[in-house]
Design a protein around this ligand. Structure first.
Ligand code: GAR
Length: 200
């Protein structure tokens, strides 16, 4: 059976990458295979997770490339060389330009730690999203997996899952609950769904 070749783009801890690796090992992801991890941060722990799983990885640093265009070109070259079918942004903290996203229509997916259209768009990433949700006082938050287009967090939604906010939550506690109850479940499920569409 042919599988969709997946590249996962990361910047930090890589718990979502780990959820994808675990889902591949347990058979939740069956129609896709992670063949490449690209990080824009050389000290990202995600790189160790890739190494432990025997997945090839590559570091692409924007400051070494000199421009956004050169940075994106280097990523594109790696995607082409590895015959990538599907790009997964899993905690990738860099906004890709329209030039990049236009080349991969419905072939880039992202996980975002809120229920889009709340607490999303440029400037809303990582812990910041949970700080804003708590400051606003919402009682329910969650996570969203969506296709990536030229609008930050603006592409078609693939999956969402709600998570309750509890009395006494800190941004860190809430982030962990959203990951455990939503992100690590809906991201692998969405990757399998899209991989299946690609190979069939
Ligand atoms: C995750 O919560 C992910 O949803 C978020 O950053 C965290 C990365 O954690 N992504 C964004 O905020 C993108 N706008 P991880 O490196 O442990 O997967």
């Amino acid at each position: 059976m042919s599988k969709a070749k997946i590249a996962v783009l990361v910047s930090g801890g890589g718990t979502n990458l780990q959820a994808l690796i675990d889902a591949q090992n347990s058979g939740i992801i069956n129609n896709g295979e992670i063949v490449l991890v690209i990080s824009n941060n050389s000290s990202a722990y995600a790189l160790e997770r890739a190494a432990k799983a025997g997945i090839k990885s590559l570091v692409v640093l924007k400051k070494e490339c000199g421009s956004q265009a050169a940075f994106e070109q280097k990523i594109k070259d790696a995607l082409t060389e590895n015959n990538i079918d599907l790009i997964v942004l899993a905690g990738f903290m860099s906004i890709l330009s329209e030039d990049f996203t236009n080349d991969y229509p419905e072939r880039i997916i992202n996980v975002h730690p809120s229920l889009i259209p709340s607490f999303c768009g440029a400037g809303f990433y990582g812990l910041r999203v949970h700080e804003e949700a708590l400051a606003y006082g919402v009682k329910v938050t969650g996570a969203t997996v969506h296709f990536v287009n030229e609008i930050p967090d603006g592409g078609k939604i693939i999956a969402q899952k709600a998570v309750e906010i509890q009395e006494g939550d800190t941004p860190e506690i809430l982030q962990k609950r959203v990951m455990e109850q939503a992100e690590w479940i809906i991201l692998p499920a969405a990757v399998e769904l899209v991989s299946k569409q690609i190979v069939s």
